[in-house]
Design a protein around this ligand. Structure first.
Ligand code: GLA
Length: 381
């Protein structure tokens, strides 16, 4: 991919880039909608991501190009206002560029930029955090600034919250930034505090991307965010992380039926993250798998961010040999299911799962066997 981005950049702009940066997509391993509630989460950076090549430009224009979709889409942005339609993707690099001064960092004044990706978009693998972090590192390499990794992660999230307008937590950017091959990233979102945790040998990830996405997905994410904050307020705490399962039961009367279900999902999910961590330390992948599937069931019934497509995949995977567990990964309301399997799970079995899905929904999910990978980095400067 590095050669590809350099070659395409050179063809497009007539000279080689000065810098190339890369940031990975991520799997949400467990900890669904816990991040913006102050909870904990485990994720993995994967071996697919976004590459950004860039070079300073003397004309003071922001030349943004992507080969993320079909062909190359170019946006010229002397005026960094929010874009829509085919130019929507540019909100990620623009949002990061606009946000640099908020972190005391200089903006490259004019530059040529090209992003390429081998990460499926809309699959719940966080192509948005990957493009934010790769863009941030490319800009910082152009201006020779060296903030901490944590600042880069916060910059990406800030851009997503304030420019793109999605009230996400720190999970996606945190995992893309702190990922490490053969490890999971554990985030205590209250600090935030980032740690890497070894993944026991023999754990494999398979992604089944449904391509089916709720039309109102961003709105639904924001609604869940608000429902959680309202539930915390009704229970008299700042964030749901401060509620124990016993306190939730005591405060049940103060919540609507919906508020109670949302809070129950978050409170129990935070507990599941702790149990997964302990089971990982003991190398007990069977128990980890059971907890992953339990997380999905909670999304399905309590948080109501699953879909019929995701549920069918989890139901099918749950009874397939060599699968430890499966759950929706990411915000939900569509996107992808992640399965944790042993080494014997094969593409033949994945194809069988896809066949069951196609029989019901008329199309095949995309299947991706992915590996863990390292976090965002400048790879040439
Ligand atoms: C999306 C958001 C994350 C997180 C997950 C749900 O991926 O970007 O911050 O809230 O959904 O766990």
């Amino acid at each position: 991919m590095k050669e590809q981005v350099v070659e395409r950049f050179t063809k497009l702009y007539g000279h080689a880039p000065e810098v190339v940066a890369r940031a990975p997509g991520r799997i949400e391993f467990i900890g669904n909608h816990t991040d913006y509630n102050g909870g904990t989460v485990l994720g993995a950076a994967i071996n697919h991501g976004v590459w950004v090549a860039a070079r300073k430009a003397a004309d003071g224009e922001l030349h943004l190009a992507t080969a993320l979709q079909r062909g190359i889409v170019i946006v010229l942005a002397r005026d960094p206002r929010k874009r829509s339609g085919a130019q929507h993707w540019a909100n990620y690099p623009l949002g990061v560029w606009v946000s640099l001064p908020k972190f005391g960092l200089r903006q490259p004044e004019g530059f040529e930029y090209l992003a390429v990706s081998d990460l499926p978009v809309g699959a719940g693998l966080s192509s948005s955090a990957a493009i934010e972090l790769a863009s941030a590192l490319a800009y910082l390499a152009l201006t020779r600034e060296q903030p901490s990794r944590e600042t880069v992660v916060k910059l990406g999230r800030y851009a997503e919250n304030n420019f793109v307008g999605v009230p996400c937590g720190i999970l996606d950017q945190g995992v893309s930034g702190f990922g490490r091959k053969d490890h999971l990233v554990f985030i205590d979102c209250r600090g935030p505090r980032f740690e890497t945790v070894p993944l026991p040998a023999g754990a494999h990830f398979w992604i089944f991307n449904t391509h089916a996405k709720h039309a109102l997905v961003d709105g639904l994410y924001a609604t869940r965010h608000r429902e959680c904050l309202d539930a915390a307020q009704a229970l008299g705490v700042y964030q749901l992380v401060d509620v124990t399962p016993a306190q939730l039961e005591q405060g049940k009367a103060r919540l609507s039926a919906v508020g109670y279900r949302r809070a129950k999902h978050v409170v129990e999910e935070i507990d599941r993250v702790a149990r997964v961590r302990a089971s990982l330390a003991g190398g007990d992948l069977a128990e980890v798998g059971r907890l992953l599937t339990a997380s999905h069931r909670s999304s399905q019934t309590q948080f109501e961010n699953s879909t019929a497509e995701l549920d069918l995949l989890v139901d099918t995977l749950a009874v397939t040999p060599h699968v430890y567990g499966a759950r929706l990964t990411g915000g939900g309301f569509g996107g992808a299911v992640m399965a944790l399997t042993d080494a014997k799970f094969s593409s033949r079995q994945a194809a069988q799962v896809a066949k069951v899905y196609a029989r019901k929904f008329g199309s095949n999910p995309d299947v991706l066997h992915c590996e863990t990978g390292d976090g965002a980095a400048v790879i040439a400067a």
